[in-house]
Design a protein around this ligand. Structure first.
Ligand code: MG
Length: 264
């Protein structure tokens, strides 16, 4: 790769471009710099709570130029996957508005009661109740297809602390049902491949910037994208340096001011 500078960059969001309501250091400048130099930008997030349009709006509120068409969420990936594999099945959703909206836009009926569902879709849900868990559990045990948007264990907050991620909610249903979900978010490299295809380039010509080894770096490794770990989110330098080959970063940077170097 020496000598070839990468111009197509897929950014993870939480822990990379922002933490909660605050941009990470140099995020605004890094994306602007890339665009000014003719780079292409995409945003790929495992967070299903916001619809693509709201993700783009949140980025613009933080001062980061973003278009809805540049955003792919795990909610959108789940909706496309379900439309392709289980057309006509109704979904019971543990998740927030963004996930429900993506499913409905792909023509997937979303039902209030899990007894009417042929699918249970689980994403991040800050309004989770025990009743929702009971309904999802019983539908899965009764044979509904179990789909998870992602299995991120935790989620980075703006104050530097973390809270349970979608994976923690999924884990409770895995424990109670003894069944594993189909997971569509990273580390599945499908989203990165789809973005590269849209750009008309090979995944090997793309860089993926993320803050987690087991999702961002693993997906980049799986499709051959350059794996850039930035230390503004979940993983530490020690984590990155001791990662197994399947999720080892090619480059580790402290923050996005180092991105132009990492793309060289
Ligand atoms: Mg992240």
């Amino acid at each position: 790769m020496a000598g070839t500078s990468i111009t197509h960059v897929i950014f993870d969001l939480d822990g990379v471009l922002f933490r909660g309501s605050k941009p990470t250091p140099w995020a605004v400048e890094a994306v602007a710099h890339l665009r000014q130099h003719g780079g292409r930008v995409a945003f790929l997030t495992n967070n299903s709570s916001r619809h693509r349009r709201d993700v783009a709006g949140h980025l613009r509120d933080l001062g980061i130029e973003a278009d809805e068409d540049e955003v792919m969420t795990s909610g959108m990936a789940a909706a496309l996957h379900i439309r392709q594999n289980w057309p006509g099945r109704a979904a019971y959703v543990i998740g927030e508005r963004g996930l429900t909206a993506e499913l409905m836009e792909q023509g997937i009926p979303v039902v209030e009661h899990a007894t009417d569902a042929g699918l249970v879709v689980v994403g991040w849900d800050r309004g989770l109740t025990f009743d929702k868990l009971v309904q999802a559990h019983q539908a899965i045990v009764a044979g509904a297809v179990f789909v998870a948007t992602n299995r991120d264990s935790s989620y980075p907050l703006s104050d530097g602390r973390t809270c349970p991620g979608a994976g923690a909610l999924v884990a409770s249903l895995v424990t109670s049902t003894g069944l594993e979900p189909e997971c569509v978010g990273k580390p599945d490299p499908g989203g990165m491949r789809m973005i590269a295809m849209r750009w008309g380039v090979e995944p090997g010509q793309v860089a993926a910037v993320g803050d987690r080894l087991e999702t961002d770096m693993a997906a980049a490794r799986a499709c051959g994208a350059r794996a850039i770990l930035v230390l503004t989110g979940i993983a530490s330098r020690t984590d990155g340096e001791s990662a197994p080959p399947s999720m080892a970063p090619d480059v580790i940077i402290d923050d996005l001011s180092w991105l132009p170097e990492a793309l060289k």
